[in-house]
Design a protein around this ligand. Structure first.
Ligand SMILES: NC(=O)c1ccc[n+]([C@@H]2O[C@H](COP(=O)([O-])OP(=O)(O)OC[C@H]3O[C@@H](n4cnc5c(N)ncnc54)[C@H](O)[C@@H]3O)[C@@H](O)[C@H]2O)c1
Length: 323
């Protein structure tokens, strides 16, 4: 069986999850990992023969490394990805591709110049509920799509964990914005975003928003994006999607995920939906079989433009075209 020599750069919340997923994938040969924090490196490599580095350049120089997952904070994606491309490594970069369109475009150009694959980690494209929703929409069974409502909410501790490093639209909104573009198969045209101001913000960035998009075919979308659920919420997340077409409609509820657990510690909605493992496998398969990646750098740029236009819209209190 073919396997891919792969590494992970950034071993924080999501990087550590990638390492766990890769450890269970037979196609993945984890060559090495890197984080500035030696404790996180030690934790990831404990009991294995995976090499650990605090300098990612040493990982990039590893002779068996063929591909990397870049899971550092958003503003650090660009330089690491460009160096990885120049070292001839295929790249799966976490969302958002970068913090500016210019940075994202430089990353795409570097990957093209080095003839390596660049995939963006849009995990929702690999969650079975959304995959089925897309199949239904694209098959025409719902008819012409009229409107979509999507909701992605986290608990407030997520905002506290990130501590103002990034706002909710870069962190969560980008997931839904890419999802909407991918589900509808149409590009967004404009957005009007409003932000709640009823409660003082803990961090300067946007934190609770309604984003009203018009897509180029006239479809109307409202995406409610925030991270103000209290810690009492049994799932710590509330994800919903409703699609209305002229021949049918669909609803997805990924808050409860159909499972409610009761115990002496309280009640909880455990997460049951796969996603990250499927995403990592899809990336590895694309590299091994030399197939196009299912979420391209260009897709990353479109979603990023949607985020940046939404933030601009909050500042202007007016609809903004997405160019
Ligand atoms: N797909 C998803 O569902 C999902 C979920 C969470 C985060 N993310 C994305 O993943 C990225 C990381 O987010 P996070 O929440 O895991 O952040 P985090 O702060 O928990 O972890 C980032 C890690 O990167 C390390 N790092 C920073 N500079 C480095 C360098 N030069 N070399 C090696 N390591 C370095 C830090 O030490 C830290 O451990 C972000 O882009 C975020 O948007 C995606």
């Amino acid at each position: 069986m073919k396997s891919l020599g792969i590494g992970v750069i950034g071993l924080g919340a999501i990087g550590a999850k990638h390492v766990s997923m890769l450890k269970n994938l037979r196609e993945a040969n984890i060559v090495g990992v890197s984080d500035l924090n030696q404790d996180l490196v030690n934790k990831a490599i404990a009991g294995t023969d995976i090499a650990g580095f605090t300098d990612y350049r040493q990982l990039l120089a590893h002779p068996e490394l063929e591909a990397v997952i870049v899971a550092t904070p958003d503003h650090l994606h660009k330089d690491i990805c460009i160096e990885a491309a120049q070292a001839g490594k295929h790249i799966l970069v976490e969302k958002p591709i970068a913090t500016t369109v210019a940075d994202g475009e430089e990353m795409i150009a570097a990957a093209k110049a080095a003839n390596v694959k660049l995939m963006v980690g849009f995990t929702l494209r690999f969650v079975p509920h959304y995959v089925q929703a897309r199949e239904l929409i694209q098959s025409g069974k719902l008819g012409k799509i009229i409107s979509v409502y999507s909701r992605r909410m986290n608990i407030i501790t997520q905002a506290d964990r990130l501590g103002g490093r990034i706002g909710v639209l870069h962190f969560l909104g980008i997931h839904d914005f890419d999802l909407l573009h991918w589900l509808l198969g149409v590009e967004p045209d404009q957005v009007y975003t409003a932000e709640s101001t009823s409660v003082a913000k803990r961090y300067p960035q946007e934190n609770e928003t309604f984003n009203t998009f018009k897509f180029k075919d006239g479809t109307l979308v409202c995406a409610q994006i925030g991270w103000n659920l209290t810690t009492a919420h049994p799932g710590g997340r509330d994800f919903k999607l409703t699609v209305i077409g002229d021949k049918g409609s669909l609803d997805i509820d990924l808050a409860s995920q159909g499972l409610l657990m009761y115990s002496e510690f309280g009640s909880k909605f455990p997460s049951t939906a796969p996603g990250l493992d499927v995403e990592d496998k899809a990336f590895i398969d694309c590299v091994l079989d030399d197939k196009p990646v299912p979420a391209t750098g260009e897709d990353g740029i479109i979603a990023l433009k949607m985020v940046l236009a939404a933030i601009d819209s909050i500042e202007k209190d007016a609809p903004v075209k997405i160019k």
